[in-house]
Ligand binder design. Structure first.
Ligand code: EPZ
Length: 425
């Protein structure tokens, strides 16, 4: 099993190119199933979850062409999905269990073919992660859905537009129902929809395919159903969580880093917290520069919220920063029920963290000490690498397959900023 070895104590300096967003490219790949022509998606990050989704689409019979691009061109790659050869409407357990986002083929298959069978995604390290909101939203469009023997079975002659209010804000449920509504007969109004920038990017791609969606990125989305969707070319939006992760790395090490090819308007809550921690953050077009002037960050209080609030996917990274900050930072995780798996590993590095339910009280210490630690989920593993960047001596992060699911070439990118980091095993 591969590990990452990090040597602490080096301030990061330089520029890093941000990749396409994992949480945009996954639903967009699933949306290609709605078209009756090939769809070309560019700015695709090299991630394990992208490979898994490509396998899932291939397993349904879609044609997949991956243009790896050349690392010299910044590693940008493109995928062409040809949905015309789709012959199966079943997403198997073997794939769904490795990546919950596979459930996002449910809406497109149902809308395009009138039937779909998707293995019920299991929970994962950060929580039980039910899909009841996905099912209720599709039922509102007229789908007949049963769940048995671990499968979600959906049928619908033709989906009909409806007015649906989500009981709770859910990114995946908003995406699944939005994709289905694109081909439903009549108008759909979705209320209490998630507002994440990845949903606006999905809607932009769907509209390029001929859909008629307005309001994506706001709590109220209106969809005029159309009879078919054609092919298109779409470049995936920059990854706001990868951006935030590198900016936190700069803040923790007291360095100066510029993230380029990013979208500053998609992570304003994160930039505000970095300024509160004492960083100078400047924004210029698609570039964000964070300068910590060699100073130790100040502790900040965090409460995770749906977008545009502070993103839960940045919680673990800010906890790592609070571990070495001046003062005490209180972190409330309101989105997932078990997203403090990184705490026990940070304690092994000498952090002072007390967890009470969904709240973690982090008392900053002068210095962490390097040690072997274990990744448990994607963002937790990122927080352990960040902690290793400041811990005295060497930190060895095990089970980094979690990291590879969501960060493209992270050791090359951090190494390019001066970090002493290498992959072994
Ligand atoms: C998406 O997950 C992201 N994944 C997550 O990123 C992200 O943390 C999350 O949104 C919140 O922003 C992708 O986009 C692939 P939700 P999703 O539905 O759609 C509950 C990462 O690290 N819920 O908004 O699964 C759920 O249990 C990953 O990149 C229901 O109860 O998140 C959770 O507590 C992790 N019923 C809350 O809602 C449902 O039907 C928010 O979940 C759906 C969700």
């Amino acid at each position: 099993m591969q590990k990452i070895v990090v040597e602490g104590g080096i301030p990061l300096h330089g520029e890093v190119r941000i990749s396409g967003a994992k949480n945009a490219v996954l639903p967009i790949l699933c949306a290609t199933l709605l078209a009756d022509e090939p769809v070309e998606i560019s700015n695709v990050p090299h991630l394990h979850d992208v490979v898994t989704t490509a396998k899932l689409l291939g397993g349904l019979g879609a044609g997949i062409t991956i243009d790896q691009g050349t690392i010299g061109s910044g590693g940008e790659s493109a995928i062409v999905v040809d949905p015309r050869s789709v012959s199966s409407h079943v997403a198997p357990y073997e794939l769904v269990k490795t990546m919950r986002a596979s459930v996002l083929v449910l809406g497109p298959l149902l809308a395009r073919y009138g039937d779909a069978e998707v293995s019920l995604p299991g929970g994962c390290a950060i929580g039980s992660r039910p899909v009841d909101q996905h099912i209720k939203g599709l039922q509102a469009l007229g789908a007949e859905i049963s769940v048995d023997h671990g499968f979600i079975k959906a049928r619908a002659k033709r989906l009909r537009g409806a007015h649906h209010v989500f009981e709770m804000v859910s990114v995946g449920a908003t995406e699944n129902v939005l994709m289905a509504a694109a081909l439903a007969e009549g108008t759909t109004v979705l209320e209490n929809a998630a507002m994440e920038p990845e949903i606006a990017d999905l809607a932009e791609c769907l509209n390029a395919m001929g859909a008629r969606i307005s309001g994506a990125g706001t709590p109220r989305i209106v969809v005029e159903g159309v009879p078919r969707l054609h092919g298109c070319r779409h470049a995936v939006i920059a990854d706001r969580i990868e951006t935030g992760t590198f900016l936190v790395a700069a803040a923790m090490t007291g360095g100066r880093v510029t993230a380029r090819r990013t979208r500053p308007d998609t992570l304003e809550a994160v930039l505000e917290k970095l300024r509160e921690a004492g960083a100078t953050v400047t924004v210029e077009d698609d570039r964000i520069t964070l300068d910590m002037h060699g100073r130790r960050p100040r502790a900040v209080d965090i409460t995770t919220r749906p977008h545009p609030g502070f993103p839960t996917d940045m919680q673990a990274q800010f906890m790592a920063m609070n571990c070495i900050a001046e003062g005490v930072g209180v972190i409330n995780e309101t989105i997932f029920e078990n997203r403090f798996m990184h705490v026990n590993e940070l304690l092994r590095l000498g952090a002072d963290i007390r967890v009470e339910g969904h709240t973690a009280v982090v008392r900053g210490v002068e210095r962490l000490g390097g040690a072997p630690v274990m990744a448990t989920d994607l963002r937790a593993s990122a927080s352990l690498v960040l902690a290793g960047l400041v811990a005295e001596g060497e930190t060895v992060v095990d089970r980094i397959y979690h990291l590879d699911r969501g960060y493209e070439h992270i050791e090359e990118k951090l190494g390019g900023l001066g970090a002493r980091i290498r992959r072994i095993g």
